[in-house]
Design a protein around this ligand. Structure first.
Ligand code: 13P
Ligand code: SF4
Length: 319
């Protein structure tokens, strides 16, 4: 709408005035992603967001995503101001892995190398040997497995099980899940495949095993977009947050993109495949954060130092 366009222009001006850059995840609203594109920021997966923020010369990073993404940005760039449209945007994986319980789990298995998903608090990262995102998780586990290491993995059990099956590594899994991806249903996908037998299925590895088994491609959000480009199929069924359709459709304007079903009968629940916390990032909150400097991430120095090590390992590994 016209008012949204005016607001977007205001936000771009505020970004310039603050020497700030906007780092957005694919699951945020189209309007936020568009702003990130138009203002020279980025729209990316979790790993690329971390890289982009750490390397950028801006003095302020505005992270549109969920809390752990802002924390990661601050851990990697303590000298920068990191703002978020809201600090309330959590993640079911992060919430499902409290630092004290996680520390007890690690202490009970001291012989295992601790690998945590990026979707965790700074305190959980501080307890880890490695942090990984979905785009490099398999490679990192293969690397550790080749060194004969046994793994303690947290928090996403679906991603953990997928990696374990792919690599055959000895992995002990924490019992966490993403409430968005966990809703995808294999029966629904099979029903849709009956209607469109020519369609390829792209799946984010936070999805249940039965859905992953049907996939043509399993990968992070960026890897799914890359695959959409490279696959021969003209019709793609996509099992991840629907926010990804904005950039995926840009990448493949001539292909037909279908949402993977979140119900067994092939119907898609209209609000299911969208992360409620990603959805909290709206233009009003973004404007307020820039205007007032609100939603700032602070991380205590000692905690930051400990969380930095496994994060730096991740960035160095992926280079
Ligand atoms: P990636 O963008 O790294 O694939 O992560 C998905 C996710 O759930 C972020 O919340
Ligand atoms: Fe967490 Fe899932 Fe939301 Fe990503 S989509 S932030 S994993 S709840």
């Amino acid at each position: 709408s016209a008012s949204a366009r005016i607001q977007s222009e205001t936000i771009k001006r505020l970004l310039r005035e603050r020497n700030a850059t906007l780092v957005a995840h694919y699951y945020t609203d189209d309007a936020i992603q568009q702003l990130a594109e138009e203002s020279g920021g980025c729209v990316a997966d979790s790993l690329e967001m971390a890289r982009f923020g750490a390397r950028h010369s801006a003095t302020t990073l505005v992270v549109a995503g969920v809390r752990f993404m802002g924390e990661t940005a601050k851990i990697l760039s303590p000298e920068k101001t990191v703002l978020m449209p809201t600090l309330e945007a959590t993640c079911s994986l992060d919430d499902g892995c409290p630092a004290d319980e996680f520390a007890a789990f690690c202490e009970a298995h001291p012989d295992r190398t601790v690998v945590v998903y990026a979707n965790t608090s700074a305190a959980v990262k501080a307890r880890a040997d490695w942090v990984v995102t979905s785009s490099i998780a398999v490679e990192v586990i293969e690397h550790l497995q080749a060194r004969g290491e046994k793994i303690l993995w947290a928090p996403d059990k679906h991603l953990g099980r997928y990696i374990r099956e792919r690599t055959g590594a000895d992995m002990l899994l924490w019992d966490g899940a993403c409430i968005v991806h966990e809703e995808f249903k294999a029966e629904g996908v099979l029903d849709l495949k009956k209607v469109y037998p020519d369609a390829a299925l792209l799946v984010h590895p936070e999805s249940p095993a039965a859905v992953i088994e049907l996939a043509d491609v399993v990968g992070s959000t960026s890897q799914m977009i890359k695959a959409a480009r490279e696959l021969d199929q003209q019709r793609l069924i996509v099992a991840t947050d629907r926010g990804i359709f904005y950039k995926m459709q840009q990448a493949v304007p001539d292909k037909t993109l279908l949402e993977a079903p979140t119900a067994g009968n092939g119907a898609t629940c209209k609000s299911c495949a969208h992360c409620p916390w990603m959805a909290m990032n709206d233009l009003n909150r973004l404007e307020r954060a820039l205007h007032e400097g609100s939603g700032e991430i602070h991380i205590e120095a000692a905690l930051r130092q400990r969380a930095l090590k496994p994060l730096e390992r991740m960035l160095a590994f992926g280079r």
